[in-house]
Design a binder for this molecule. Structure first.
Ligand SMILES: *Cc1c(COP(=O)(O)O)cnc(C)c1O
Length: 469
C-alpha cells in the first residue's frame, strides 16, 4: 500500500516510511492512496476471529507488500498480551439501546494503549530491518505520553522524550509517566502549557537538519500507524452486535479527531455504520463546525475531560482532504488560510458530505458530572469524564432521532474512571479504585527532567541523553 500526504507534495511512499516519519514533509498527514474495502461476505467471515486475528485481517491491506497478515496477527497478539481482559476491547451492554466499548484494559488504562503497544512493535521491526535508531519526541496533555513511555521503554532502537505541561496533568497521569525509569525513556516537565509543548515539538520537527541528525519520529495521533490499530475495535464491537447484517452507530469522545477518524476509516472499508457521533466537552470547536460549516479557533478552557481540551483537532485535516475529494492543493490552501486567520468555511456541498455520516454534541463540566452521577445511580456503571461526554451524546442522538432507535449505539469508554478520580469522586461520592496491576502506582520511584519552554533546551536535552544513532 502506498501513502500520500493530505497536502499533495509528499509521497507516494510505503507503510514503513510513513510509520517512521509520522508527519509528511509538506506539513500534511499521510493517508493510504486508496481505502481497502471488504465485501459483506468478507466481513461476515471475520466473526469468530480472536482480537489479534481480527487485527491482522484489518491491518493487512494497509501493510500490503511489507508485513504479512500472519506477522501482523503475531505482533497484535504480543502487543495485547498484557491487557487485563481476554476480550481486549470488551463490549458491555448498558441498556437495550446503548453498549459501552471498554477501551481501558491496557497498561495505562486509556485507549491510547491499543495503538501505542502495536506501534512500538512496528517501530522495532522497521528499525531493526533498516539498522537505524530513532528518537521519538512527543507532547502530551496526559494519556498519549504515558502510553508512549510505557510501550517504548526498554527498546534499544528507540529513545523516547515526552514533554508535558508542568503541574497540569493529573497526579495519576504524571506518575504513569515518571514511573517509567528504563534507559531511553524521558518524561520531561516543561514550564509552560500544553500548547507550548506542542509548539516545541513542531519547531523541532520543522528543523530538518536536527530531524535527520537524530532520526526524529512522531507517535502522536498524526502518525497513520496510530490510527490503523484503532480501526480494529470498531469492527470487533460492530461484529459483536451482528454486523454486517445489523447497522450500528458510534459515539466517540473526541479531541484531536484521531479515534473518530479511525471510525471513518472503518466505514470506508465497508463496515455498515449509520452514524459517527463526535462528542466534545465545552471546547466545542467541532460541534460549532458541524453546525455552521465554519471551523473557528478559540482559546482552550480547561475541563474535567482534559484529553479533549483542544483548540485545533490535528487529525481533522484527514477528513478535510476526504471531503474535498482528496485534492491536496485545496486542502493545503484551506489549512494555510486557517493557520493565518484562525478560521475557514466550507461550501454547502462539501458540508453535505460531512452531514451524511457525522453529527456532533457538546457537554459542559456540570453536564459531565451529572452524566457520571446518573449513570452510576441508574445503570450501575461508573464512567470517567471523557466516556461520560460520549455517553451523553449517544443518549441525545437516540432521543432526538439523529440515530433511529432500532440502531444500537456503541459508546466508546476511553479511560478507566480511576485515571480521573477527582471528577468521578465529585459525581459519585466515591473514589474509584485503580485496577490491581496499578495499585502501587503512586509509590513507585520516579524519574523526570524539568526544562524551560524553549526549543534549544529540548534540543540540548535530546542530544545529551539519546543513546546512539
Ligand atoms: C486521547 C483521548 C481522547 C481524545 O481522542 P482523540 O483521538 O484525540 O480524538 C478522549 N478521551 C481520552 C481518555 C483520551 O485519552
Amino acid at each position: 500500500m502506498d501513502y500520500i500526504s493530505t497536502r499533495g507534495q509528499d509521497g507516494p511512499l510505503g507503510f514503513e516510511q510513513a510509520l517512521l516519519s509520522g508527519l509528511a514533509r509538506d506539513g500534511g498527514l499521510y493517508l493510504p492512496v486508496e481505502w481497502p474495502r471488504f465485501s459483506k461476505a468478507e466481513i461476515a467471515a471475520m466473526k469468530g476471529l480472536s482480537y489479534a486475528e481480527l487485527a491482522g485481517r484489518i491491518m493487512a491491506p494497509f501493510c500490503d507488500g511489507e508485513i504479512s497478515e500472519a506477522e501482523l496477527t503475531a505482533m497484535a497478539a504480543d502487543a495485547y498480551a498484557g491487557f487485563d481482559d481476554p476480550a481486549i476491547a470488551p463490549l458491555v451492554k448498558l441498556n437495550d439501546d446503548i453498549h459501552i466499548l471498554e477501551l481501558f484494559h491496557g497498561p495505562t488504562i486509556a485507549f491510547k494503549d491499543y495503538a501505542m503497544q502495536f506501534l512500538a512493535r512496528a517501530f522495532d521491526r522497521a528499525l531493526a530491518k533498516q539498522q537505524k535508531h530513532a528518537v521519538i519526541l512527543g507532547a502530551t496533555s496526559g494519556d498519549t505520553g504515558s502510553a508512549a513511555l510505557e510501550a517504548f521503554q526498554g527498546r534499544d532502537a528507540v529513545d523516547v522524550f515526552i514533554l508535558f505541561p508542568d503541574g497540569r496533568v493529573s497526579p495519576v497521569q504524571q506518575r504513569q509517566m515518571t514511573s517509567v525509569t528504563a534507559d531511553g525513556a524521558f518524561a520531561v516537565s516543561v514550564k509552560g502549557d500544553f500548547d507550548d509543548c506542542q509548539a516545541l515539538v513542531k519547531t523541532l520537527f520543522n528543523d530538518h537538519q536536527f530531524r535527520d541528525q537524530v532520526g526524529l519520529s512522531a507517535v502522536n495521533s498524526i502518525n497513520w500507524a496510530r490510527l490503523m490499530p484503532q480501526i480494529v475495535y470498531y469492527f470487533s464491537s460492530a461484529l459483536a452486535l451482528g454486523a454486517p447484517d445489523q447497522k450500528v452507530a458510534f459515539s466517540v469522545p473526541t479531541g484531536n479527531f484521531g479515534n473518530v477518524f479511525a471510525g471513518y476509516a472503518a466505514v470506508q472499508m465497508g463496515l455498515p455504520v449509520e452514524r459517527l457521533i463526535v462528542a466534545s466537552n465545552q471546547n466545542d470547536i467541532l460541534p460549532r463546525f458541524f453546525e455552521a460549516g465554519t471551523m473557528a479557533r478559540e482559546t482552550v478552557v480547561p475541563s474535567l475531560s482534559p484529553s479533549m481540551d483542544i483548540q485545533v483537532s490535528s487529525n481533522f485535516e484527514r477528513l478535510l482532504f476526504e471531503l474535498l475529494g482528496r485534492d491536496g492543493a485545496k486542502t493545503a490552501a484551506v489549512m494555510q488560510d486557517f493557520a493565518a486567520s484562525g478560521h475557514f468555511t466550507l461550501d454547502a456541498d462539501v458540508m453535505e458530505r460531512a452531514y451524511a455520516l457525522f453529527s456532533a454534541y457538546r457537554l459542559d463540566d456540570a453536564g459531565t458530572v451529572a452524566e457520571i452521577a446518573t449513570t452510576a445511580k441508574n445503570d450501575g456503571m461508573v464512567l470517567d469524564p471523557h466516556s461520560a461526554v460520549g455517553l451523553s451524546a449517544a443518549r441525545r442522538a437516540h432521543a432526538d432521532g439523529t440515530v433511529p432507535k432500532d440502531v444500537p449505539i456503541i459508546s466508546l469508554a476511553c479511560a478507566h474512571p480511576a485515571k480521573f478520580e477527582s471528577a468521578v469522586e465529585t459525581a459519585t461520592g466515591q473514589k474509584p479504585v485503580l485496577p490491581p496491576h496499578m495499585a502501587d502506582l503512586m509509590t513507585r520511584p520516579e524519574k523526570m527532567q524539568t526544562i524551560d519552554a524553549n526549543a534549544d533546551a529540548v534540543k540540548s536535552l535530546v542530544l545529551a541523553r539519546k543513546r546512539s544513532g
